[in-house]
Ligand binder design. Structure first.
Ligand code: AMP
Length: 692
């Protein structure tokens, strides 16, 4: 019943959107004399009727399910989607051929925002931390992704509809089903059951194939839409496979993340950095994942832009010199403990306290959590609707020390936009093992020290006689033993006379006591060789953009139809519009000059000479989130030479000398001044009734 109603709502919503488009194009035709006013009126009337029909369906849904909030979420999402599509922020790719799920094209404002956002990211991270930026190919040979573990383990659990064969992501199905049970006001579950469901929900990410299958069965989860039974969950690799070269015999994949490009360049980057650690490298580029069920617009797509940082650091010392700069920030932290507790709610906590109480594993990870939080605030995400959620113990890869996801609350729930992970030395060790290239760093002690060290001295003659062509591999395996492993081998040789050694390709060899000497010696040590640990903040630009869209969108008070994208000036696609009040050569000339001055100051701008009322022009630019509008009027050309400058959100205006206006807007965009300060400095201009 509810699925049917939901489908009806979606159809009604689509009809409203379509009719809205018809009204707009008829209005444009009427202006050119190509359509009658009566046609426009009839179309408007039909739009009103369709809106009423949609509203009544939504009300019916609310009555049946009691889901008031989710329905208003639906309405907000639909209204925002209307603006985003109409203004071509982004649209489905390959639309004239029916589109392919999970691919989107950015239109003009979308491109500009993405560009601005990545620029802010670059300044905030790369510039601020002197990071080493790289750009690597998306097509990646198999060996790289074999070493990283993606070929074997980059999978999601999938289930199929037993009748139609349609594919679904198992965890999403389970989550959706459990959330619906909790929200069902008509058939409420008992408090005990609700607790069981909430606990299961909190741990869905940890489920293995068998436990996931058991949970799907226990809750009788069925295929959406058809209600058919579903298959048992099975692993599906998300990478797009391809072949490299004309012969097609070299397997490659489109990279599922940009990080591997940085790891494989570690040796050169370390050399570039003068052999010094810690340092961070960064990459912005596209990644590809053949998602099982792409959904929710930009949130889950098959090609997306990532901005990733790999901060290399000595695993024994993960302090960060700039940590005091973020220690007092108090983002919402959703620790493991809070997730498993009764309330399941994030709480604000200073990063300093989180580190000192051992909630966040180390200063460097906490430093990046703080910087990430500041980045989100800078681009217009509401900090009260952003939290950092710690991975549960089993959600983390076995090698990871601590992981936190930066999540933003949207109409789709909490969305992971950034993953921050302390990955220990796993990645460099994995690539070193596969490539046989040394990926270690050397830390020079301030003073040489006398230290007891374990020396492994292979006996080449004996090894050669025993292992022939494998001699080199066995010798390397012996020399690669760390102190503890070497002492282990020594103990075995002494007790049993033999010990088993595994070479890096996994072969095993029996080594005898005569083949190697392992001894403890005291010697002067000038430094230490180690494989660096890596702390990885990984951002998805498209997801962040969508979350930011939701947080910035609002409608003018008292007028639901006047949508505003309240972008921060720094990310706004167009920084200012210039309007001549009326079509007069003198006004047009000054407007053109101001536009050139804005362009020269690096500020994207639009001149609007449509002759529409100022109010109408504001409404159009509000929808693409232009933060400032300059109006040239008679006073500008015949009076004191000042123009009006209007700020989008407060809708207040001041009069600024024409020659100063580009500089003032530049300062506002760069956060060197505030609108309050500008309003204090320049005389106010009262808005006329026609203005808004
Ligand atoms: P992950 O490597 O899975 O932790 O992903 C890192 C970041 O990439 C996430 O926090 C998201 O912002 C983004 N991301 C991952 N998968 C997708 C996807 N299918 N569509 C859009 N963004 C994604």
């Amino acid at each position: 019943m509810t699925t049917e109603l939901e489908q009806q709502i979606a159809a009604a919503q689509e009809a409203v959107t379509k009719q809205g488009d018809t009204v707009r194009s008829l209005k444009a035709s009427a202006k050119e004399g190509k359509a009658e006013k009566s046609e426009v009126d009839a179309a408007i009337q039909k739009l009103a009727e369709l809106k009423l029909a949609l509203e009544s369906k939504q009300k019916e849904f609310e009555k049946v399910t009691g889901k008031v909030s989710s329905q208003s979420k639906e309405a907000l999402r639909a209204a925002l989607a209307g603006v985003l599509e109409r203004r071509m922020f982004y649209i489905p790719s390959f639309k004239i051929y029916g589109s392919v799920a999970g691919f989107y094209d950015y239109g003009p404002p979308g491109c500009a925002i993405k560009q601005n956002m990545t620029q802010v990211w670059r300044n905030h991270f790369v510039l601020e931390e002197n990071m080493l930026e790289v750009e690597c190919p998306a097509v990646t040979p198999e060996v790289v992704l074999k070493a990283s573990g993606h070929v074997d383990r980059f999978t999601d659990f999938m289930v199929t509809d037993a009748v139609t064969g349609e594919c679904f992501r198992a965890d999403h199905l389970l989550e959706g089903h459990l959330e619906a049970l909790l929200e069902d006001k008509k058939n409420p579950v008992s408090p005990e059951k609700a607790k069981e469901i909430r606990d299961l929900l909190a741990g869905v990410g940890e489920l293995k194939a068998d436990t996931m299958g058991a949970a799907l069965q226990a809750y009788d989860v069925r295929a959406p839409g058809t209600g058919n039974a579903i298959s048992a969950p099975f692993a599906f690799n998300l990478m797009f496979k391809t072949s490299i070269g004309p012969k097609g015999d070299m397997v490659g994949y489109l990279r599922p993340e940009t990080a591997q490009g940085i790891f494989v360049n570690f040796r050169d980057l370390l050399y570039y950095n003068g052999g010094k650690l810690p340092f961070a490298a960064a990459q912005i580029g596209n990644s590809y994942r053949n998602e099982i069920s792409p959904r929710a617009g930009l949130l889950r797509v098959r090609e997306f832009t990532q901005a990733e940082i790999e901060h290399f650091v000595n695993g024994d010392d993960k302090r960060h010199p700039k940590f005091p700069l973020v220690a007092d920030l108090r983002p919402l932290l959703y620790s493991r403990e809070l997730q498993m507790g009764e309330e399941k709610k994030a709480a604000p906590m200073s990063l300093g306290e989180a580190v000192s109480r051992g909630i966040i594993a180390n200063e460097t990870l906490a430093y990046f959590i703080g910087r990430t939080w500041l980045f989100f605030c800078k681009i217009g995400v509401n900090p009260a609707r952003m939290r950092f959620r710690q991975h549960l113990q089993h959600e983390m890869a076995h090698y990871a020390t601590d992981c936190w996801d930066g999540e933003v609350e949207t109409t789709y729930g909490w969305v992971e936009c950034v993953g921050l992970a302390d990955r220990s030395a796993y990645d460099l060790k994995a690539h070193s093992g596969m490539s046989k290239i040394d990926l270690t760093a050397f830390e020079k002690f301030p003073e040489p020290r006398m230290e007891e060290v374990v020396k492994v001295v292979p006996n080449n003659k004996e090894l050669g006689a025993a292992f022939k062509k494998d001699q080199k591999a066995v010798k390397e395996a012996l020399e690669a033993l760390d102190s503890n492993a070497a002492l282990d081998v020594k103990a075995k040789l002494e007790s049993a006379g033999v010990a088993t050694i595994a070479t890096c390709d996994g072969q095993q060899f029996e080594v005898k006591a005569s083949m190697v000497e392992i001894k403890k010696v005291t010697e002067k040590v000038t430094g230490k060789t180690y494989t660096p640990s890596v702390i990885e903040p990984s951002f998805g630009i498209g997801r962040i953009m969508y979350c930011m869209f939701e947080h910035c969108y609002y409608t003018r008070e008292g007028d639901e139809t006047r949508a505003v994208m309240g972008f921060k000036p720094v990310v706004a696609p167009t920084k200012a519009t210039v309007f001549p009040l009326v079509q007069k050569p003198a006004l047009n000339d000054l407007a053109a000059r101001l536009s050139r001055e804005l362009t020269a100051a690096g500020l994207s701008n639009l001149i609007d000479t449509t002759g529409n009322t100022i109010g109408k022009r504001y409404a159009r630019t509000d929808e693409i989130g232009v933060p400032f509008a300059v109006t040239v009027d008679f006073q500008s050309v015949e009076g004191d030479g000042s123009v009006t400058l209007r700020e989008r959100d407060s809708m207040t205006q001041v009069r600024v000398p024409a020659g100063e206006v580009a500089g003032v807007i530049r300062d506002l965009v760069d956060d060197r001044t505030t609108w309050e300060a500008v309003s204090g400095k320049y005389p106010a201009q009262k808005a006329s009734a026609d203005d808004e």
